[in-house]
Structure formats: C-alpha cells, structure tokens
Design a protein around this ligand. Structure first.
Ligand SMILES: [Zn+2]
Length: 502
C-alpha cells in the first residue's frame, strides 16, 4: 500500500495520465490513472507534468543567501536610482520583480543593517548624500558598498550604530570602508542559517531537490548544524576543499557517502580544486594571450594537481576541478588522464577543439553554468575573439561524450534551474538581443537530463524526488520555459514545496 498517490500526472513526451505511487520515500509504482488504491492519501494533479526533481550542480549556498539579503545596486544609473532601489526594498511589496529566486521578506528589520552592494558612483551624473539616503530609509540602518569595495555610503542610523562619522556625502573611504565592510559580513550563525532556509525554500519552489554546495569552508559541520535545527527542503552534497582533505579522510568519509546526522539529506560532495581564475578578471588561464597581455594564471602547478588527484583517488574523493580557460582545461584533462581517475571539470568555459573528445574518453562530467554564457558574452567576444565558437561549448561537449550537468554557481547567477535550462537551450535571454552561438544550444530534453543527474524521467524504484509543473516542459514557448511555473516539489516523497495544486 503506497503512502501517497500523485494522481493524474502526465510525463513530458507522453499524453496519457498516470498515477505515481510513493512508498517509503521511493517511487513504488506507476499505474494507469483510473487505478486508485483505497484508503490512501491522493493528490490530484489534473494532468500536470511530472519530472524528476532538479539539481543545481554548483552553488555557494551561504553566499547566495547573503546576496539574497543584500540589495543589488549594480544597475543603478544614479544616486537617486540607488536610493529608490533601497526604498523599495525597505517597503517590501515591490520585491516581486526580483523574480521568485530572489523574493524574500522585506528587509526592514531595524535590528539589522540593510546592506546594498555594487553601486558605481563614478558613472553617475549626481552624487551620494547623507540626507538623500536618510530620507529614503526611515531610520533603518543602511550601508551601501561600492562595486570596487573602496567606499561605503551610510545613512545616519548606520553611522550611529557603527560609531562612524561620514561627511555630508555619507561616504566612508578606503580603510574605514574596508573595516565596516568586514563588520557587515559578521553575522550570527542563526541569522545566516535562517536566510539559507529561506533561499532553499525558494529553490524548492523552482523544482530543485538537491544542490552541490561548494561553499569554501569545512562545510559538513555547517550543514549538520542546519539540519539539526530543522533544515529539510533540499538534499545537499557538501564539497570539500584540499585544505580539508586530510581532515575528511581522517573522519573516514568519501564522496557520495551519506553522513550520520544528515537526516538522509546530507552527503559528502566532491573535492573542489581551483586551478585558474575567471574570464572577467582575465585570470582564466588561456593558450593565447589576452588582448591586453598575459595568459591568465594557473594557480596550482601541474605536479601539485596530479598529486591532489592521486590522493583523491586513494581516498575515494571525486575531484571537481575548476577550469575556465582553454589552457586550464587542457591541464585538468592531462591530470585526469595521468591520475586515472574520473571526476568533474567545473565551468569548462573555453575548451580547445582537440580537447573536447577527451571529456568523453576520460568519462568526465562537464559541470557548466549556462547563464554565464549570456552574462559573459561581451567579455568572451572581447577576450576570446575569433574563438568564441568553442566558448561555453555545451553542444560540442555533449557530442564529444561528456556527461553534462547544469548549475548556476549562485550567487554568480540566480539559483533557478529554469534560467539555466533556458540559457542552455536558447543561448539568449528573454530580451531583444539575439542568440549567441546558437549552434552550441542543447535541446530541452538534454537540458532536463543534465539537470536531473541523468535521470530524465521518473522510474519505479528510485527516490521519489519529483517536481510537478504547470506546463509541458518540452512544448511551452521559450518565454514560459524560462519562468516555468512549478506546482509542487517532493524530496523522498515529502512535500518541500506546496503550490496551488496541493
Ligand atoms: Zn563556484
């Protein structure tokens, strides 16, 4: 006898309705829609579409939760505009425009300082001012950190809280700004954990059932603390960094292992190894020089990387090597080949044509973030000019036999799998700008496989990690797909998001 029946669901690609029987956290059976056992809880989905729950294979969960609780000022074109963004965040209701992934509570808790980030006053035609900010903030202590981190714009309430004396422009500069920025980042665990719960709830509402968390810390204990305090909306694979590998092996853990105290949700993630920088800072390690000189940086030598991969292999850790530039990807592939270990390359943003096939030969996963292709297309055109046909090469990687896995790298992009799948399948944002290298797009079916750990469809005997959608993900228009309405999400047969259907 099942515990619950998800009745009248359809599967993408099919037309007939079926019932999914869930027992002990697993999919116990899939039956015809008219077969309903008696005395069981039935939730009728009225022909909605069921898919396996979605995974985000690359997030920084604490950073994402912090970012979601800071006001993004990067698009403010003037001081007045920045102040308006702050005012709307304090009043709350206009939050909806930030999208479901960012929607959170209004940030007007007077016990906390409202923090904004990313303003660029150098390009404004007006100037920041203490009074200007005071007038918009109703006494809520407010501190806005500039894009380059070298200045902080305060209101009077924040100046008083932190004992600062800004001038009439409200600005602190250099050392005073750095000191206050550090202070603003120091938050009690329970505050941050509360924000993480909210952010995870928002992810569940987008159909997410699990994340690979690459937060740079000894992550296991952080998640055990959160789960002990009631966190239960996502599965978490908690990554380990090389500085903690000794500690992890001493604790007898290996990638994929479920952790005691993790309520069946917490597993040991991969070993994350960064070997180069990023495109925007021109530190991604490349074969050819950047237009302004330099080839970027290799932050770990080839010998060190090989030694790390060998240690990972010995101790049962799956390496996840961050490689963005084509030279970094080449180095990573060489190391995987020499170490004889399977694993993942994170980002794989720029790959030499002759290296693509090695992903398949070595059985590697390419863990990619399709939204970055749209965010970085100008930077790629400028820095990898003439070679962007092999930048963010999703189609080529798939055809070369790589296992493709999609993610967001939140907070770099929002933790929303539909934005990632939309970028992967259309290579454009839902705006007026045309697609970028559309030949590298993948199909929606492929994007769903890459977002469900290769499951693609719901099978009997697997965990009842399920997302039910209001539309057919293979048929809705691109604009709907990018904002796919999710009806319900379950993890191990338990509702983690109840939309209108439940
Ligand atoms: Zn990352």
């Amino acid at each position: 006898m099942p515990d619950i029946v998800l009745a009248s669901v359809r599967f993408p690609g099919g037309t007939a309705c079926a019932n999914i029987q869930v027992r002990d956290g697993l999919v116990a059976g899939i039956t015809a829609a008219d077969e309903l056992p008696r005395g069981v809880r039935v939730v009728d989905f009225d022909g909605r579409y069921a898919i396996p729950g979605l995974w985000d294979e690359h997030v920084h969960m604490t950073q994402w939760a912090l970012a979601a609780n800071r006001v993004d000022l990067s698009l403010a074109e003037s001081a007045r505009c920045a102040v308006e963004l702050v005012r709307s965040r304090i009043s709350g209701p206009s939050l909806a425009h930030a999208g479901p992934a960012l929607a959170g509570p209004a940030l007007a808790d007077p016990a906390r300082t409202l923090v904004g980030v990313g303003f660029r006053d150098a390009v404004w035609d007006d100037v920041p001012g203490l009074e200007l900010l005071d007038a918009a903030t109703r006494g809520v202590p407010t501190a806005l950190i500039s894009h380059d981190l070298h200045c902080v714009w305060l209101n009077s309430a924040a100046a008083e809280r932190y004992g600062m004396r800004p001038g009439a422009d409200g600005l602190l500069r250099e050392d005073a700004a750095f000191a206050l920025t550090r202070e603003l980042g120091r938050l009690p665990d329970d505050v941050v954990d509360g924000w993480v719960r909210t952010a995870a709830g928002a992810a569940a509402a987008r159909g997410i059932v699990g994340v690979v968390d690459f937060e740079m810390t000894w992550n296991r204990d952080v998640w055990l603390r959160r789960i002990a305090a009631g966190f239960d909306s996502l599965r978490v694979d908690a990554g380990v960094y090389p500085e903690d590998l000794e500690r992890a092996t001493a604790a007898g853990v290996r990638t994929g292992q479920l952790l005691d105290g993790g309520a069946g949700l917490l597993s040991v993630g991969p070993l994350k190894v960064l070997i180069d920088g990023s495109l925007n800072t021109r530190t991604a390690y490349c074969v050819d020089p950047y237009p302004h000189g330099g080839r970027g940086i290799l932050t770990v030598s080839e010998a060190e990387l090989l030694a790390l991969l060998l240690r990972a292999r010995e101790s049962g850790f799956v390496p996840a090597v961050h490689a963005i530039g084509d030279a970094a990807n080449q180095v990573a592939l060489d190391a995987f080949a020499a170490a004889g270990v399977r694993g993942r390359i994170e980002h794989a943003q720029f790959v030499r044509s002759e290296d693509l096939v090695r992903f398949g030969e070595l059985g590697l996963m390419a863990s990619v973030q399709p939204v970055h292709a749209l965010d970085d297309r100008d930077a790629a055109d400028a820095n990898w000019s003439g070679s962007t046909g092999r930048a963010f090469p999703l189609r080529s990687l798939l055809e070369a036999g790589a296992l493709l896995a999609l993610g967001s790298d939140a907070p770099v992009a929002p933790l929303d799998p539909w934005l990632a799948m939309s970028a992967a399948t259309t290579r454009y944002r839902q705006d007026r700008r045309g697609p970028w290298h559309p030949e590298q797009a993948i199909t929606r079916q492929e994007a769903l496989f890459a977002s469900t750990r290769g499951r693609g469809r719901i099978r009997v005997g697997e965990a009842a990690d399920i997302a039910v959608l209001d539309g057919n993900p293979l048929e809705v228009p691109d604009s709907v797909f990018a904002e796919m309405p999710v009806a319900t999400t379950l993890v191990a047969g338990r509702f983690t998001y109840r939309g209108s259907a439940v």
